[in-house]
Design a protein around this ligand. Structure first.
Ligand code: SF4
Length: 458
């Protein structure tokens, strides 16, 4: 894990190289009593003494579990005896189980997944690429999705009905997706239609990070799904649908505002629909709601919300040559501050892009380049490992990890793969955590997903 000479590249499919690195790191830690979680972090470009100290304290207080929490996630619903397996034994057994089920199972892993699980993926990517991959593997009976619930649901929608989609932990939800309940969004959509002036079309559009039933609402009503890669294209497409359009954009207010601003939509043309406590008309004045071009759902990602404008200032001061790479789920105030610093010449450049775009920008960089990155820690950490000749720095002094995604653990994955293996041998066992989506929801959600796939390149 701490080997900084890891070559660039890396869909995780290449054998068990990463898993072996984690085993090495585990064994090194046991051999050297002084080694701790924070020193592992520092070996991978971890820049903040204050975080390192916090991790050390946590290691001491929790009996040395910090390393596992960082690199192997948190077991929430893995059953015994898997739950109590030591991590090194788990990794060794995973190698065997993975090889045995390889013909029937594809393991898809999201970029934000912890290192230990990521190392057993056949394919790594963002939610969009993983959905496409799931749809293109009809020969694999089982799709084991190491992401969060809405991603596994999307795989269920797009893959063949005979395939089985499994999420190794049902605790792996998404706090943002949970903020937009489909029935609440449906109520909002009905209210907006009833307020719409004659000739106006209300179009619901939703970020990939939403429940399948919300995607289905968009499919039934002329809307589309978008991802952080194609959000601008999707907004433009929807706004061009008819002469007078109002967009209902769920569930991420920040991403919606960041994208709409880039398209020249002013803040006074947008309103925020508050779902919390269900105030009448989302807490908006009737006139403002009727006039708005874009209605933004009041949702956010708790991980990306942790980046603050002060972090931009901090790193602009520390690393004035750096290029700042921001995920569009960060607060608009963070994007504003980075723009201000770039215009003032305090930093080299600021770019706003999806996880895939951030990954590509770093890959296409040159030795010696400095990147300050605002997105989930596991991905930034991996990019730093894969590009030791570039300086890849995490833009915060707090640890922004997707805690729900990290409920997918090596032990949970082992439980899943060993149960599939028994099933393949003909044993009568119940498969854990199979994801299902009703057929009518699949059909309508697929319409909105297909519209997304048909969008022109951005
Ligand atoms: S990083 Fe945020 S948006 Fe992405 S899965 Fe985690 S909670 Fe959801």
């Amino acid at each position: 894990m701490a080997d900084r000479k890891t070559p660039a590249a890396a869909p995780p499919a290449e054998g068990f190289r990463r898993a072996d690195q984690i085993l090495d790191a585990l064994r090194r830690r046991r051999a050297e009593p002084g080694a701790d979680c924070a020193s592992e972090c520092q070996a991978i470009h971890f820049e903040h003494d204050e975080i390192a100290e916090r991790l050390r304290r946590s290691e001491r207080e929790h009996g040395g579990v910090g390393f596992e929490l960082l690199f192997a996630g948190t077991d929430v619903d893995t059953p015994e005896p898997w739950k109590s397996l030591p991590l090194d034994q788990t990794i060794e057994r995973l190698k065997t189980a993975k090889a045995r089920v390889a013909r029937d199972v594809i393991v898809l892993v999201h970029h934000y997944q912890n290192e230990a699980v990521y190392s057993f993926g056949d394919f790594g990517g963002d939610s969009f690429l993983l959905a496409r991959k799931a749809a293109s593997q009809p020969d694999r009976r089982y799709i084991v999705f190491c992401g969060v619930h809405f991603m596994a649901e999307t795989a269920r929608v797009v893959c063949h009905p005979d395939q089985v989609v499994i999420l190794p932990s049902l605790g792996a939800g998404c706090s943002m997706a949970d903020m937009a309940k489909p029935e609440d969004a449906e109520d909002a959509f009905d209210a907006l239609r009833s307020l719409a002036r004659p000739g106006r079309t209300v179009i619901p559009i939703t970020y990939m990070n939403s429940e399948a039933a919300l995607k289905a609402l968009c499919g039934r009503n002329g809307g589309v799904v978008f991802t952080s890669s194609n959000a601008e294209t999707a907004f433009r497409w929807a706004l061009a649908r008819s002469g007078d359009v109002q967009l209902l954009c769920t569930p991420d207010e920040y991403l919606g505002r960041n994208v709409a601003r880039r398209l020249g939509i002013r803040d006074d043309e947008m309103v925020t629909w508050n779902w919390m406590g269900h105030p009448p008309l989302g807490g908006c004045p009737r006139e403002a709601l009727a006039a708005a071009r874009v209605v933004l759902w009041r949702g956010l990602c708790h991980v990306h919300d942790m980046f603050e404008p002060r972090h931009v200032e901090l790193f602009a001061e520390r690393l004035p040559r750096a290029t700042f790479l921001l995920h569009p789920e960060v607060r608009p105030a963070v994007v504003e501050e980075a723009g201000r610093q770039a215009r003032a010449g305090a930093i080299a450049e600021v770019r706003l892009g999806s996880t895939e775009a951030i990954k590509k920008w770093i890959e296409q960089g040159n030795p010696g380049d400095v990147f300050v990155v605002a997105t989930e820690w596991n991905l930034v950490n991996r990019l730093a490992l894969d590009h030791p000749d570039r300086r890849v720095v995490f833009m915060a002094d707090v640890l922004c990890k997707c805690s729900t995604m990290n409920r997918i653990t090596p032990r949970g994955l082992l439980w899943t793969l060993e149960t599939i293996e028994r099933k393949l041998r003909g044993e009568e066992v119940a498969l854990p955590n199979v994801i299902d989506v009703p057929m009518d929801v699949r059909r309508d959600a697929n319409v909105a997903l297909q519209r997304m796939l048909d969008l022109p390149p951005g």
